[in-house]
Each structure stands twice: as C-alpha cells, then as structure tokens.
Design a binder for this molecule. Structure first.
Ligand code: ZN
Length: 230
C-alpha cells in the first residue's frame, strides 16, 4: 500500500516538472536547490505583463492607478523587479570567463564583507547584508573580483538566505575545486524588520563549510577569526 502511494507521488512530481519546462523554468533554482542555471525566455519581453500585474496590484490596494503619481509606477516597478532578479540572466560559466589561474598558492584566501542585496522569496521584500568567502586552493585560484560576481549571480534572485549561502559555496567549489570552501552570510531581512515583531537590529547568520573547513576545526577557526576581526 505504502509502495503504491510513493509511486503515485513521484508520477505527480514528474508531471509537475514537465509543466515547469513548458513555462521556461527548466533547471530552475526554485525546484532544484543546486542547479546553477536558470534562463527564462527573454526577460525584457516580460515587462508588459509584469506592468499589468503591478497595475492590478495597485487597484487591489484600493489605489487609483491613473492618478498622476502612479501613472508610470507599474512600468517602473516592473523594471526594478527585473533588476532585483537579474541573477537569473547570469550563469557561473559566463562570470568565470577565463579568470581561473593555475597557482601553487596553498594558503587560505579570504574575501570578507562583500555587499549583498537580495529578495526574500516568501515576502518579496529585500534582505541585505554581507558575505564572507574563504577557500583553500588546490592548484587553482580565482580572480578575486570573481568572488563578488559569484555573490551577485545568486543574490539577484528570489532567495532564502540558507540556499544563497550554499549556492555560493557550491559555485566556488565548481570553479576551482579547492580543498575546502567556507561561506558566512549575515543578513537583515526587511520582512522581519518592517512587520510582525519588528526586530530592527536582528541579523540572520548562515554558514556553509565544505571540505577541510568542515573536517578540520583549526582551518575553520582560522577562517572565522579572519572574518570576525575588524
Ligand atoms: Zn521574508
């Protein structure tokens, strides 16, 4: 009996993913946590429909979308949302573009306090903060600016902070196959600050430790000390 139910469920899932493909969401981060590509068909083509949706939203709020101050708001809001989610247009391969170098350097590389602006996928309001990344090279290093670019690919999407943290770590692993990667993200979520309990100063900290950073407490400690020092 249980077996049958399980099979039934997976059939449903297959059907769902078939539907997703039709809608241009193949390899979608919403459905497959660690897929690194997401390419809806041309995003600028979505502007008119997005504008109509924002206009409808204004009406739903009881506003008059035809009053002077709001006339161009739907289009502006649509363009802003496209910008906030432009990471969907970028792939890791494009961003890395010849910035991987063979190098014997075997000391920890740390870039800390990379600015991050993202959108909470549960409330469609921003969360923002800082990302610190460390890795222990194993024959290859990455152009330093590329770590910030990797953050941009994944934060400029609808996100939860936990997944963002993991995606950055996996991307660095894919890029240079290091001995280990550590990522710490510190975020302020407007959905917490502006509503509900209004914890204005609360911060959410998430981390992902892979390879030696997971296995060796000393390496992990060295990273955390570097990240926490002012
Ligand atoms: Zn939220």
């Amino acid at each position: 009996m249980k077996e049958t139910q399980t099979n039934g469920l997976s059939d449903d899932n297959n059907m769902q993913s078939a539907t997703c493909k039709k809608n241009g969401h193949e390899k979608c981060t919403f459905h497959h946590d660690l897929e690194l590509d997401h390419r809806p068909p041309t995003r600028e083509a979505m502007l008119p429909e997005m504008s109509r949706s924002y206009r409808l939203l204004l009406s739903s709020l009881g506003e008059n979308p035809d009053r002077q101050g709001l006339l161009k708001t739907p289009e502006r809001a649509a363009k802003a949302m496209l910008f906030f989610t432009k990471g969907y247009d970028q792939s890791l391969e494009e961003v890395l573009n010849d910035a991987i170098f063979d190098e014997d350097h075997d000391e920890m590389v740390v870039v800390k306090d990379i600015e991050m602006f993202s959108m909470c996928e549960h409330h469609l309001v921003p969360f923002y903060g800082k990302v610190s990344i460390g890795y222990l090279p194993c024959g290859k290093i990455l152009g330093l600016s590329k770590l910030a670019r990797i953050v941009e690919i994944y934060c400029r999407r609808l996100q939860v902070q936990e997944r963002l943290t993991k995606q950055i770590a996996v991307a660095v692993t894919k890029a240079v196959q290091p001995a280990g990667v550590a990522v710490v993200v510190e975020g302020t979520h407007m959905c917490m600050v502006m509503r509900g309990v209004q914890k204005i100063n609360s911060k959410t900290v998430t981390s992902t430790m892979l390879g030696v950073f997971r296995d060796d407490p000393k390496t992990r400690e060295e990273f955390l000390n570097l990240v926490q020092s002012k």
